[in-house]
Design a protein around this ligand. Structure first.
Ligand SMILES: [Fe+2]
Length: 257
């Protein structure tokens, strides 16, 4: 009988293995399309059944993995503190070239204007943290990471709406952008991804910025958060110019030893 922690680790491993296997499976299916039609029908049928079987296993395991993360993986999260999808993008700009405020979306980008700003504090929650690079990326108003450039894998995957700031001596930062849309699949709240890089430290992700009272930001969502970097759920208000404004202060995490 596996204890809970071991079970969670093995379930996580199984999910990763299935994720890794699925693209190959689909790739084989695609390559078979070049063969004779009769063989194709047979082989694709087999591959499709195998793929569906793997997906069924994945669907069965994912809730278990999620519950593990929510209930008992605080220690595991520490071990994986710097592991994240997209952290490499933080280093795509020289920190010395960055300002504390920037356009994340140009004035030509369709959508409702939003100014996201705040102060980054040291882990004591009181001392402003200077020279912290913040990388942000988000969907467009249609909920898509669209029109990325060819600069890097992250510029393609994260789409056009991405940019970097570096906090000033007062810890302040500001992104001028648009309100992101909900994914077309409507399986997550509208959000802005944030990543941090402190001087001399590897980058890490913090909780997404999401908007209180909007689609998907309910009690279940709140309870699922790690509150990395502090609370990511922000209040939206209108300023005098009719723009949405949101304040998200950030508290730096304590790094693993
Ligand atoms: Fe996202």
């Amino acid at each position: 009988m596996l204890d809970h922690a071991t079970f969670c680790v093995e379930a996580k491993g199984a999910v990763s293995a299935i994720h890794a296997a699925l693209p190959d499976t689909f790739s084989v299916c695609r390559s078979r399309a070049m063969t004779k039609a009769q063989d194709l029908a047979k082989k694709e049928n087999v591959m499709l059944r195998r793929t569906l079987s793997k997906m069924l296993v994945l669907v069965a395991i994912l809730p278990v993995a999620a519950s593990c993360r929510a209930s008992g993986l605080a220690e595991a999260a520490d071990a994986d503190f710097y592991v994240c999808d997209g952290c490499d993008a933080v280093g795509e700009r020289d920190p010395a070239s960055l300002d504390w405020n920037v356009d994340l979306a140009s004035h030509l980008e369709p959508g409702e204007r939003l100014v996201l700003s705040g102060v980054v504090y040291q882990s004591d929650g009181q001392t402003p943290a200077s020279d912290v690079v913040i990388y942000a990326h988000q969907t467009n108003a249609e909920g898509r990471y669209a029109n990325g450039s060819s600069e890097s894998v992250w510029s393609r995957r994260h789409g056009k709406l991405r940019n970097w700031v570096r906090t000033g001596p007062d810890g302040r930062y500001e992104f001028r952008t648009i309100k992101p849309g909900v994914y077309p699949s409507r399986n997550d709240p509208a959000h802005i991804h944030l990543f941090l890089a402190e001087p001399g430290q590897p980058p890490y992700w913090i909780d997404d910025v999401v908007f209180a009272g909007e689609f998907g930001v309910d009690d279940k969502y709140r309870q699922s958060r790690e509150n990395r970097g502090g609370l990511g759920i922000v209040e939206l208000e209108r300023n005098g110019a009719g723009k949405w404004v949101a304040r998200r202060d950030i508290i730096l995490e304590v790094h693993p030893e």
